[in-house]
Design a protein around this ligand. Structure first.
Ligand code: ADP
Ligand code: MG
Length: 325
């Protein structure tokens, strides 16, 4: 199969929302009137982000999900994606069509769910490497940024924190989960659900937002840096699944805390909202059937202070994942 047959078979679908999609030297795209383009790129590398034998359907889902999560954090509506892929050849030198069929099925299943059209990319031989550029749109003044948090704003997070890291810790043999517990946590690691609808609902309400990919502390820290603010967070208020809570005792307490605060791969949104808009956040939670939890408040000054249930400060030296540290 030639490179072009491969692209036609696995990566070419109808793109009614584009002026021109896959097949020419560039795609042609028109943003809706009054909107600006929101663009973001995320890459998954074999050996760094996943093992070479990872399930291709789940990889197709995840490479798009992590990109959608970035647009969600901006309050942008996803429209199009570009896919650059390096693919190792099979032993006979040809492309692995079983892998490609499953990968593209995972990718397009999530794309369809969010109305995203694949409009181009690049395909090359090499060590397995997946890179998606996502394009979306948002009214210029309504984009959510990291820099808008104000003293007194409430801090919220969606879903629950740490399940993906807990599942990974199990797979790495650092903790032993029962089969039922693993089944409860594994979807967070393998099939993260980007909070696109939440990002859209927070337009005009949130003062700042970020998606949590490197752990709450690291990513929320970016909001504080960009906003030049400090924060007080109640550890006991952080949303944690029953599975993870069940392991947050005894010998595993520290590991569980690391999963919650700096585990990474959560793909939840962390955002700030003026206290006067508290009820609006609650009604968004009800409308989207998505748990949203207030975890603390923004204060003047710098740094993040975390308290336990008794009001004592918790040491939060734990850092998020950093590829170069
Ligand atoms: P060029 O040589 O001009 O860069 P390519 O041969 O790389 O073009 O790609 C041909 C067409 O197929 C282009 O429209 C490109 O955007 C598209 N394309 C290539 N790889 C992919 C892919 N993995 N997914 C989607 N579209 C792709
Ligand atoms: Mg090319």
């Amino acid at each position: 199969m030639s490179e072009f047959d491969l692209i036609r078979r696995y990566f070419t679908r109808a793109t009614p929302g584009a002026m021109l999609g896959v097949g020419d030297d560039a795609a042609l795209l028109q943003v809706s009137a009054g909107n600006v383009l929101a663009v973001s790129t995320d890459m998954l590398v074999s050996g760094t982000h996943f093992l070479p034998d990872a399930d291709p359907f789940l990889l197709g889902h995840k490479i798009l999900a992590v990109n959608l999560s970035d647009l969600a954090a901006m309050g942008a509506a996803p429209r199009w994606a570009m896919l650059a892929i390096a693919l190792p050849p099979k032993d006979d030198g040809g492309a692995d069509e079983v892998w490609l069929a499953q990968f593209s099925a995972g990718f397009f299943a999530l794309a369809q769910q969010h109305g995203v059209e694949l409009v181009g990319g690049d395909t090359t031989r090499g060590s397995l490497n997946l890179c998606v550029t996502i394009l979306g749109e948002v009214p210029a003044q309504q984009a959510l940024r990291r820099s808008g948090a104000q003293a007194g704003d409430e801090i919220w997070v969606s879903g629950c924190l740490g399940d993906a890291a807990l599942a990974l810790a199990h797979l790495q043999g650092r903790i032993a989960l029962s089969a039922a517990e693993l089944a409860a946590c594994l979807p967070a690691l393998h099939r993260p659900q980007p909070r696109v609808e939440l990002g859209l609902a927070l337009r005009g309400i949130a003062s700042s937002a970020i998606d949590i990919s490197d752990g709450l502390l690291a990513d929320f820290g970016h909001i504080l840096d960009a906003s030049q603010m400090g924060a007080e967070i109640e550890f006991a208020a952080l949303p944690v699944s029953p599975t993870l809570r069940g392991h947050a005792v005894g010998a595993n307490e520290l590991l569980a805390r690391q999963c919650i605060l700096s585990g990474g791969d959560d793909y939840e949104l962390c955002f700030t909202v003026p206290a006067a808009r508290h009820a609006e956040v609650e009604s968004i939670s009800a409308r989207l059937n998505l748990p949203l939890t207030r975890i603390g408040k923004i204060v003047a000054g710098r740094g993040c202070i975390m308290h336990d249930a008794a009001g004592n400060p918790i040491n939060i030296e734990a850092r998020g994942y950093d590829h170069f540290r």
